[in-house]
Design a protein around this ligand. Structure first.
Ligand code: ARG
Length: 612
């Protein structure tokens, strides 16, 4: 729901200010509610929906069917009464009862034109601003020394889009990458590095030498090597129990702040972060905070003491656990493990301590975790523990999970070698495909694009393709990673929507060069009214995407809007319109579309290139 404030915006005399106070749906719902009251019918939460066919008008209201049961009257009768009342409003040009009790509504052209005009004048394009809540977004979550993979890609793409969508409705966002830098993988790595690079100062027997800060130069290896060390270390630990024990001991020593290991850890973390920041930049993601699991290390001991003192966590076989089961759990929710017998902190421990510090330092109204759905049990356990501990309320903690990215074979996406696909390879594949498409187009006589521009364009289109494919499927379901299909310029793809936007921009530039200026919108032709109506939906779509944390609603809308524009453009020439007034009206409608479409793409984290 959007949030209307102040006095009722629904008047017969349309006020231009309405568009910035309520969305179209809220406006129309209020109109129906008023008509219901005038007929002395009970107030019902009625929804007005778009009709699928032009002969049914623009919108349809099915209130009569819902009321028929309650009033024990025939729907057609109720519809007739309601339609008569609605017909008194100047908002509608035509109100007709159809079938057994549907009410078909056609908006007045004047009203629709005014709405479009007001939307064009609104800096937010009509998106209703809410009372600003403080929302923290936890996404990305890359791990030290591990390359970003396809799961991190989804988290980054969805998280960034949610950041932009929530900001668009007026919320205050604070984003944190929550780096994985304090877990068992650190011990595994230290063990592996000790084997391969025993000469490093941190392994010296002289404590002062061992604690000397290290940098990339002193380490003698870079990110390319580091990324190979981790999989090797992990495989060795899996095979060999002694190696695993060594890794655990080293993790515990690091977490106990052994100076030599801290020196090494700092260097590894810095190196990883540098490379991860390149990935963040490539995806145009923005982080306010780059904190990690390690940043709450000092909180852990006092937190555990406090939980123990309050009897919230108990010892069980040498481990510390919180019982988080609830009566009515359909599936058993196991106790949350906060410390193993060796005292090392676990993923859950750092997550719980992170909630504590976030609440204390930022007092967020909500914290949204954009993390793989397969971690849902983990979050359920951690959230319950946080509530039990009194850190916050349950409704403040939200796990916005997502499904798995699959390969064309329907199985979780792997590289050709069968390994976990790296983010840089995935983007590389899409960019390669985009380059191929662009070269084909330029060979087809679309004009040669100079090499540096082609490269920039291929990047922009390739990344748009990946983001759009990801965001256009419902977050919780997985999707198929198929670069070939993603970069297509036809169909539900990022490049298709980008192209529509580029095309409108180039047309409006041409018009301006001819001295034309966007004038007053006056919708006439049916493709014109469809376009105005489609633009008017924007505020409702953004509000709904924000409420449901569902960028896919925006992606679908962007695609629909691009299509609606293309139909309009085919039907209603702008530059070759009949007269000056019509030219300027169509130009205004085109500018509105361009701004709405551009904003949609921005909200999806997709940039619009200068040309395509
Ligand atoms: N580092 C984790 C992973 O790679 C993701 C972190 C998600 N955020 C969190 N607060 N647990 O799976």
């Amino acid at each position: 729901m959007s949030h209307a404030t102040g006095r009722s915006p629904v008047t017969d005399h349309f006020e231009l200010a309405s568009v910035t106070r309520v969305s179209l749906n809220v406006y129309l719902d209020a109109l129906v509610a008023r008509a219901l009251a005038a007929c002395s019918f009970p107030a019902d939460p009625v929804r007005i929906v778009r009709t699928g066919r032009p002969e049914w008008g623009d919108l349809q209201c099915n209130a009569a069917f819902l009321l028929a049961k309650r009033l024990n009257r025939r729907p057609a009768e109720i519809a007739a009464e309601l339609a008569a009342k609605l017909g008194e409003s100047r908002v509608f040009e035509k109100v007709e009862v159809a079938g057994a009790g549907f009410i078909n509504l056609t908006l007045s052209a004047r009203w629709l034109s005014n709405w479009a005009q007001a939307q064009l004048a609104s800096p937010e394009l009509g998106v209703v601003q809410r009372a600003p809540a403080r929302v923290m977004l936890d996404y990305g979550g890359p791990n030290v020394a591990k390359p970003l993979h396809v799961g991190h890609l989804r988290s980054l793409v969805i998280g960034e889009s949610l950041r932009r969508i929530l900001q668009a409705v007026g919320e205050q966002t604070l984003t944190d990458a929550h780096l994985g830098d304090w877990g068992l993988q650190m011990g595994m790595l230290i063990a592996e590095i000790r084997r391969e690079y025993p000469q490093l100062s941190c392994f010296s027997s002289d404590p002062a030498a061992a604690a000397t800060p290290l940098d990339e130069c002193a380490l003698g290896f870079g990110m390319d090597i580091l990324q190979k060390l981790y999989p090797r270390a992990a495989a060795a630990c899996k095979e060999d129990a002694a190696r695993m024990k060594e890794a655990r001991d080293l993790t515990a020593a690091l977490q106990a702040h052994e100076p030599a290991f801290i020196a090494l850890w700092r260097a590894l973390r810095a190196m990883s972060l540098k490379s991860q920041q390149c990935d963040f930049a490539a995806l145009d993601t923005h982080f306010d905070l780059l904190l990690g699991e390690s940043d709450v290390q000092c909180e852990i001991a006092p937190m555990l003491d406090d939980l123990r003192r309050r009897g919230l966590c108990v010892e069980s076989d040498g481990a510390l656990v919180v019982d988080v089961a609830e009566i009515g759990d359909r599936q058993p929710v196991p106790p949350l493990l906060l410390a193993k017998s060796d005292g090392a902190a676990l993923y859950a421990t750092t997550d719980l301590a992170t909630i504590l510090t976030r609440v204390r330092e930022h007092a967020p109204d909500r914290v949204i975790y954009v993390v793989d759905q397969r971690q849902s049990l983990h979050f359920e356990q951690v959230f319950r523990a946080a509530v039990l501990a009194g850190y916050c309320e349950r409704r403040q903690l939200i796990h916005a999970g997502f499904g798995t990215v699959n390969g064309v074979d329907g199985k979780p996406f792997k590289t050709r070698q069968g390994g976990v696909a790296r983010l840089s390879d995935l983007l590389g594949d899409a960019i390669d495909k985009a380059r191929e498409r662009l070269s084909e187009l330029s060979d087809d006589g679309h004009g040669r694009i100079p090499a540096p521009e082609l490269e920039r364009l291929a990047r922009s289109i390739g990344i748009a393709a990946v983001k759009f494919a990801d965001l256009s499927s419902y977050r919780m379901s997985g999707y198929v990673f198929d670069p070939e299909r993603m970069v297509s310029f036809e169909g539900r793809t990022g490049p298709y929507v980008q192209y529509a936007c580029v095309r409108i921009r180039s047309m409006t530039r041409r018009a301006e060069a001819l001295g034309l200026k966007a004038g007053t919108v006056r919708v006439g032709a049916s493709t014109e009214r469809n376009l105005a109506l489609e633009c008017a939906r924007f505020a409702d779509v953004v509000a709904s995407a924000a409420d449901s944390l569902a960028p896919n609603e925006l992606a679908e809308y962007a695609f629909q809007l691009a299509q609606t524009f293309n139909r309009f453009y085919l039907d209603c020439p702008v530059l070759a319109a009949q007269d000056h007034v019509e030219q300027c009206s169509r130009l205004a409608l085109s500018s509105l579309t361009e701004r709405v479409l551009g904003k949609c793409l921005y909200l999806l984290g997709i940039e619009v290139p200068d040309r395509m």
